[in-house]
Design a protein around this ligand. Structure first.
Ligand code: MEV
Length: 429
């Protein structure tokens, strides 16, 4: 157990934090040195990653602590510009760890590829032809990417969907191919396969190919995290455990029913999810797009998480969303900080990473709702924002701590006050 190394972690200096991780054997000496050096991409790497590269854009990477997931402890890397995100995740994870931690459930990791057809002259004929050539479609898809098949994955299911005409669109016929992408996110694998089967499908159906591409609505790659928290751990300030539980359940019901609230509720979940997706070198736009589509699966945009009362009176939470992240491939293998994140997490597979990320989302949601239904969000937010305001006012070194502390005592915390506090500190010294 490494908890003693992490007490009051947030109060430590960066050097002390790195030393604590080293002492707790969470990182090795090579990584400690890497962190001291502030690893950036080499210019050559950056220049090869994108076109028209000019410079690099930095964001802080921090670590959220206390995550107990499927009986395993994790220190979670998070990349974010929002001051309160990591503190909130850690604080929620601490409570949830005391309650036994997160339990996760993952579906198979399958990506969906789409081949979309237009102008199909005879839909019934086309559907019959497709149905009798399912094996051939799968074979052609797999022939296009033999290495994934060799490793035990590949295309293994074909489905057909007719998208009826609307006022604004004609009828489309869509072929879906499910692909087991193993440890990769799989976009390249799936896109290669879909392009390879397109002309065969066109010949079978006598329709015209509109496009061949994976779908980011990854409904065949779902991750669920659950947790159950007793009332004794929910008590907060003047609020009893029962009051916090009931208010959290109402907050969850509100986000289920109202899309305006659901959007903010889910944004809070994505605060945690995106930060870890980004830290591990994954495509956060893909995760964002899939998550919000999944939130609207009933036809109305709703909350992704549910908080309810367990049979024994505890608070029970659960979060499900598509999480098609990768453990290898893309920029993961070449990005030094993404590689560091994997070592910090000490994970061995894409599935394990999914478990961590969905749990971070649930923790983040718990922290936000607990604050919203008790003291309100601004107390925690502004506490952390005080440091940013101090820096914006021009503070540096020990001036930051002074200005931030004094700002928190003010009724109105704004840039003007920060500047005048900084000026008075400068006059005193
Ligand atoms: C802020 O980044 C996120 C929250 O608004 C989420 C929520 O309201 O649930 C605090």
């Amino acid at each position: 157990m490494t908890h003693s190394h992490f007490s009051e972690f947030y109060k430590k200096t960066k050097v002390e934090r790195i030393k604590a991780l080293l002492d707790a054997k969470v990182i090795q000496i090579e990584d400690a040195l890497l962190l001291f050096e502030n690893p950036a991409l080499s210019d050559q790497l950056a220049d090869n990653m994108i076109e028209n590269q000019l410079t690099q854009y930095s964001l802080p990477l921090g670590v959220a602590l206390h995550f107990l997931i499927d009986n395993q402890t994790y220190q979670v890397p998070m990349v974010t510009e929002e001051p309160s995100v990591i503190a909130a995740a850690s604080s929620a994870a601490k409570v949830i760890a005391q309650a036994g931690g997160f339990k996760t459930h993952l579906s198979e990791r399958k990506m969906i590829g789409q081949v979309a057809l237009k102008d199909v002259p005879n839909l019934a004929f086309a559907l019959e032809e497709l149905a009798s050539h399912k094996v051939a479609i799968l074979e052609k898809a797999n022939d296009a990417h033999p290495s994934i098949v060799k490793r035990g994955g590949g295309a293994d299911k074909v489905e057909f969907r007719t998208i009826p005409a609307t006022e604004h669109s004609p009828t489309f016929l869509v072929v879906h191919v499910h692909v087991n992408v193993l440890e990769a996110m799989g976009a390249n694998i799936v896109n290669t396969m879909m392009e390879a089967i397109a002309s065969f499908i066109e010949n079978l159906t006598h329709g015209k190919i509109l496009m061949s591409i994976l779908s980011n609505y990854a409904t065949e790659c779902l991750a669920t995290a659950t947790c159950q928290i007793p009332l004794s751990l929910l008590k907060r300030g003047e609020y009893s455990g029962e009051e916090v539980r009931d208010a959290l359940i109402e907050a969850s019901q509100f986000a289920y029913a109202d899309p305006y609230r659901a959007t903010t509720h889910n944004k809070g979940i994505m605060n945690g999810i995106d930060a870890t997706v980004l830290a591990t070198g994954n495509d956060w736009r893909a995760i964002e797009a899939g998550a919000h589509a999944y939130a609207a699966k009933s036809g109305q945009y709703r909350s992704l998480s549910v908080w309810e009362k367990a049979d024994n009176g505890d608070l029970k939470g659960s979060l499900t969303l598509p999480l098609p992240i990768g453990f290898v491939g893309g920029s993961i293998g070449i990005h030094p900080t993404a590689q560091f994140s994997q070592r910090l997490l000490s994970i061995k597979s894409a599935k394990e990473l999914e478990s961590v990320i969905v749990s971070v989302g649930l923790a983040q949601n718990f922290a936000a709702l607990r604050a919203l239904v008790t003291e309100g969000i601004q107390k925690g937010h502004m506490g952390l924002q005080a440091r940013s305001l101090a820096i914006s006012a021009g503070a540096s070194g020990n001036e930051i701590e002074y200005v931030a502390t004094e700002l928190k005592k003010q009724t109105h915390m704004n840039l003007e006050t920060a500047v005048s506090l900084l000026n008075s500190f400068k006059q005193m010294n």
